[in-house]
Ligand binder design. Structure first.
Ligand code: SAH
Length: 253
C-alpha cells in the first residue's frame, strides 16, 4: 500500500472526483488540499478524526514535513490537487522529494478544468477539418515560458487553444494571439468556474473579448478557449460515417 496518494479533485463539482479519489479521501488519516481551488465540499467525505491541512498557506518544506511525519506513523495521506494534478499542479517537486525520502506514493488522475470547460460549452475541441489538436498552455507570468512556446508561436498552428492561468492578462493574451496569426474575428470563449454552481460563460471574438471581460470585473478560475471550432462548419466524423468501416463495424452497402 502506498503511503501518499496524489489525487486529482476535479474542476469543482464534488461529483467530478473519481470513485477512487473519493474513496481515498474517505479513508485518509491526513488530507492536504490546495485550498485556493479545490472545492471544500469534497472534504465532507473525510473521517471525523482526519487531519486536514490547507496548502495555500504552506510552503513545499511544510507540505513535505506533514507527509513525512504522517508516513513515519504509518498513516495514509492524500494530497488533493485541483483538476488533474499533472497540469500546472507543481507535483513533480513533491514526487521527487518523496522518492528521495523513500516514501511510496501513487497518483490518481482527475478531470482537468479544460475538459469541464468543454462540457460547459457543450463543445468538441477536435472537429474534422477545423482542428485536430488541442494546445494546453498559459501566458508567461512569473513562470517564464520556454522560448519555443511563446503564445504567438503556438498561435501559428491555429489549433484549439486552452489557456490556463492567464485571464488577468487578457489584453496581452489577445495581442500575442493576433501577432501569431489569429484573425481578430476568431471566436473565444471564457468559462469562469466550470462545473461550479456559479459557473459563467462569456463568448466573443479576439476583437471583443477584452472589453466584455473588463465589464465583468475581476475573474478568477477562468479558462480561455480560442478556436474556430467554437463557430464553424465541419465535416462529419469518419467514426460514425455509414460509408466507412472500421474494426467494430462494416460499411453499409
Ligand atoms: N490542475 C488544474 C489546473 C491548475 S492551474 C487542472 O487540471 O484544471 C489553475 C488554473 O486552472 C486557473 O487559473 C484556471 O485557468 C484553471 N481552472 C481551474 N479550475 C477551473 C474551473 N473550474 N473553471 C475554469 N478554469 C479553471
Amino acid at each position: 500500500m502506498s503511503q501518499v496518494y496524489i489525487v486529482g479533485a476535479g474542476p469543482g463539482d464534488p461529483e467530478l472526483i473519481t470513485r477512487k479519489g473519493y474513496r481515498l479521501v474517505a479513508e485518509a488519516d491526513i488530507v492536504i488540499y490546495a485550498g485556493s481551488l479545490v472545492n471544500p465540499a469534497i472534504l465532507e467525505a473525510c473521517k471525523p478524526n482526519c487531519k486536514i491541512y490547507n496548502s495555500a498557506t504552506m510552503n513545499l518544506d511544510e507540505v513535505l514535513a506533514v507527509m513525512e511525519d504522517g508516513a513515519a506513523k504509518g498513516q495514509m495521506i492524500v494530497r488533493l490537487h485541483t483538476g488533474d494534478p499533472a497540469i500546472y499542479g507543481a507535483i513533480q517537486e513533491q514526487m521527487d522529494a518523496l522518492e528521495k525520502k523513500g516514501i511510496s506514493f501513487e497518483v490518481v488522475p482527475g478531470v482537468s478544468s479544460f475538459l469541464a470547460t468543454a462540457a460547459a460549452l457543450k463543445q468538441e475541441y477536435t472537429l474534422p477539418n477545423v482542428s485536430q489538436t488541442v494546445i494546453i498552455t498559459r501566458m508567461e507570468g512569473r513562470t517564464p515560458m520556454p522560448p519555443k512556446e511563446k503564445l504567438a508561436m503556438l498561435a501559428a498552428h491555429q489549433a484549439t487553444m486552452c489557456i490556463f492561468l492567464s485571464v488577468q492578462m487578457l489584453d496581452s493574451v489577445v495581442a500575442e494571439l493576433v501577432s501569431g496569426g489569429y484573425t481578430k474575428d476568431t471566436p473565444v470563449a471564457i468559462v469562469v468556474k466550470a462545473s461550479w454552481p456559479d459557473q459563467r460563460i462569456i463568448r466573443g471574438t479576439l476583437e471583443t473579448i477584452a472589453d466584455q471581460v473588463a465589464k465583468e470585473g475581476v475573474l478568477r478560475q477562468a479558462m480561455i478557449v480560442v478556436s474556430k471550432v467554437l463557430d464553424s462548419d465541419y465535416e462529419l466524423s469518419k467514426l460514425y460515417d455509414k460509408n466507412f468501416s472500421h474494426m467494430y463495424r462494416s460499411a453499409k452497402a
